[in-house]
Design a protein around this ligand. Structure first.
Ligand code: WTA
Length: 664
């Protein structure tokens, strides 16, 4: 753990409070703090009964469960294990049975603005046909399938089709490189890869199938029997006879009836890779029953979802937010949702506002980075200012993925919500499956920059290094004291790492360690997240491990040593700053700039463009203790451009600080 966030004793006092608008509260699912506390009390009084009732009320069970929570193998907790269900059945068939077949499930808007609407009946049809297609390739229950696709109806269909046949999907974000993709294909042991010929972003065509070819050619992918290709652009690709098949050919003669595979509630629905504090990304394994239950409940509680809502989550299906709040949550509650292929700045930075106006979105859920960059754009160009658009359809706003600074919060509240939409600042993680702490829009008085309070049933607390509770007002380590249904089940193929990362012995082995620091307000008890306490960076809401980037850098033949730290950034929240020692002498001037560019491109190739360091500085050495440990806290100070005031008496080579002070 780093010393980055420990011992926080106060965060800047924020005294603005925004109570829920009365009309909102009047019709909200959780309509006030009394209702919230009543639910919390139910969970405290009878924890298992609380979850069991919710699971019975909210999910369709093919065979009911008899045991709610099995703690005998803790921390490998099991929820509703002997119950049988199917996630895709719960998302699609259940809605058809309720008579929602003709309701629009997905409003898809392509990068270029073309709109396609798909009803629940049509989506069911597509999913069943594709599921049958996968079956015809021999894919079945327990197989793993990697999905490397653009934002599309077909991406959602691919995920749902896997769920329907009991195959476990692992979606890899389309911005990851061939090497990252190959590592995930190998680690998860995929038998098939589903991709597209190309993806389109901001008017540009980017290859996907070619990257899959490159990934498979890197080796160790013998288990992959087939590559299924969705034709997005018709761009030229290689089709390997016998292995590759077009999605439209695969589904052409398939029946639109596909009996769901009934699986245990514990059956792995998906594995999603995320960065941790060591080099290798972790395959976070999620369940079927517990996961879907929480996706549904948070749609109801956090988003107060109603039949007439048009829900828009701007995340990509390559991240957990896209899994829970695009592919599963909104469909499982029978909502109409927007799926967007493009980027917020194309054809101009008014794109989001234009789409809200056009589709009459009522709930809008995005990341602080997007908000911050659109604030800048609106300031620079009055034509893309939200005041130019009719945003009156909106009734609720959400924020996810990183801390939202109070200035951005206020702008979002006033300019997008026009002062009458609550903002749900949702704190959660890939590992938690769904929201953990968030205001309830019809109940919780909002404070800018605070995710306020845990959802009912989530036993969040702040403890010190030895696991003891800390009083409000004192910053410490965020933990969750009891298992909850949508929690990570294990790290795929690495139970030991799972236990060590999330249930460390220092904390008794039974509380979940989130990896974030937090502090509770003395008066309100509200939580504010103070940032990661491990070596994980959050750049534009994307999780990046510093060691992952360091390993990529030292894999370059020029590089002897590298240390990566985060530095605050106005737009992306954090930015990656790399301190590099070359095998040759330290470059300066233009040469240094040229090598820096080379290294940035190298990292893009090794991991993906999202991992490119914003800044690279070269030194003859790195600041180290006499025992050879790199002093990252000093590098963090240098990256920020601040003067070092810390004790540097243990530093082996103080002169190096001077050299590393200057940006290139
Ligand atoms: C950070 C994204 C502050 C946090 C859903 C967490 C946040 C990491 C918030 C998980 C928030 C997420 N306020 N910080 N509302 N939401 N984070 O796995 O550091 O991509 O541990 O999941 O993002 O990122 P992940």
């Amino acid at each position: 753990m780093t010393d980055q966030t420990s011992n926080v004793t106060e965060v800047k006092a924020e005294s603005r409070i925004f109570p829920p608008p009365a009309p909102f509260a009047a019709s909200a699912t959780i309509s006030g703090m009394d209702a919230y506390y009543a639910l919390c009390k139910q969970a405290e009084d009878d924890y298992e009964g609380f979850w069991a009732n919710l699971a019975r009320e909210n999910l369709h069970w093919h065979k009911p469960f008899t045991k709610t929570l099995d703690e005998s193998t803790a921390p490998l907790y099991k929820w509703f294990e002997d119950g049988l269900l199917n996630v895709s059945y719960n998302c699609l068939d259940v809605n058809l049975q309720k008579g929602h077949g003709d309701k629009v499930a997905v409003i898809f808007e392509a990068d270029g603005g073309e709109v396609t609407k798909v009803t629940y009946k049509e989506l069911h049809h597509k999913v069943c046909q594709f599921a049958n297609g996968l079956k015809s390739l021999g894919v079945g229950k327990g197989d793993r399938v990697v999905i490397y696709m653009p934002m599309s109806v077909e991406g959602v269909v691919a995920m749902q089709a896997c769920a329907r046949i009991g195959a476990t999907h692992s979606v890899v974000f389309g911005g990851f490189s061939a090497k990252s993709l190959q590592e995930r294909i190998v680690d998860v042991g995929a038998v098939a890869v589903i991709t597209a010929d190309e993806q389109v972003r901001g008017g540009k065509h980017l290859p996907l199938k070619a990257i899959v070819d490159e990934a498979l050619a890197l080796g160790d992918c013998e288990k992959v029997r087939n590559v299924v290709i969705y034709k997005r652009t018709g761009g030229a690709i290689n089709v390997l006879e016998g292995r590759d098949i077009w999605m439209h050919d695969l589904v052409a003669n398939q029946s639109d009836v596909c009996e769901p595979e009934w699986v245990s509630a514990e059956h792995p629905l998906f594995i999603l890779y995320t960065s941790g504090s060591t080099g290798k990304p972790k395959g976070v394994q999620h369940s079927s029953g517990g996961y879907l239950l929480w996706a549904i409940l948070t749609m109801k509680w956090t988003f107060d979802i109603k039949p007439a809502d048009v829900f828009w989550c701007t995340a990509d299906i390559g991240w957990v937010t896209g899994h829970t709040y695009i592919t599963y949550g909104p469909l499982a509650v029978g909502a109409t949702e927007i799926v967007f292929e493009g980027v917020p700045t194309f054809p101009n930075a008014g794109r989001f506002w234009n789409m809200i106006e056009k589709h009459k979105a009522t709930i809008f859920y995005t990341a602080p980075t997007a908000i911050r960059s659109l604030i800048k754009a609106a300031d620079a160009d009055a034509n893309v200012h939200p005041s130019k658009y009719d945003l009156s359809s909106l009734r609720l706003l959400g924020s996810v993925g990183e801390p939202i600074n109070p200035e951005a919060w206020m702008w979002y509240y006033n300019n997008i919500g026009r002062g009458n939409c609550p903002i749900v600042d949702t704190f959660w993680q890939t590992e938690t499956g769904g929201h953990m702490m968030t205001p309830l829009p019809g109940a919780t008085p909002l404070v800018p920059g605070s995710c306020t309070l845990p959802l009912p049933g989530i036993m969040a607390a702040i403890v010190d290094e030895t696991g003891h509770d800390l009083p409000n007002g004192q910053g410490g380590i965020l933990v969750v004291k009891r298992p909850w249904p949508s929690m990570i089940r294990t790290i795929w193929g690495d139970e030991e790492r799972f236990k060590k990362s999330y249930f460390p012995e220092e904390f008794g082995g039974k509380v979940y360690l989130a990896g974030d620091g937090a502090i509770r307000n003395k008066d309100t008890g509200y939580f504010t997240i103070t940032g990661r306490i491990d070596d994980v960076l959050n750049v534009s809401g994307h999780r990046m491990g510093t060691m992952e980037i360091e390993s990529a850098l030292v894999a370059n033949p020029l590089v002897a040593e590298a240390a990566v730290v985060g530095k605050p950034d106005d737009t992306t929240g954090e930015a990656i700053c790399a301190f590099v020692v070359l095998k040759r002498s330290r470059p300066t001037g233009d040469e240094a700039k040229q090598i820096a560019t080379e290294l940035r491109n190298w990292v893009a190739k090794e991991i993906g463009p999202i991992a490119k360091p914003k800044e690279i500085r070269f030194g003859d050495n790195l600041p180290k203790t006499r025992s050879g440990k790199i002093m990252r806290r000093l590098l963090r100070v240098l990256a920020k451009g601040e003067t070092i005031t810390q004790d540097i008496s243990t530093l082996e080579n103080p002169a190096i600080l001077e050299q590393l002070k200057q940006p290139l």
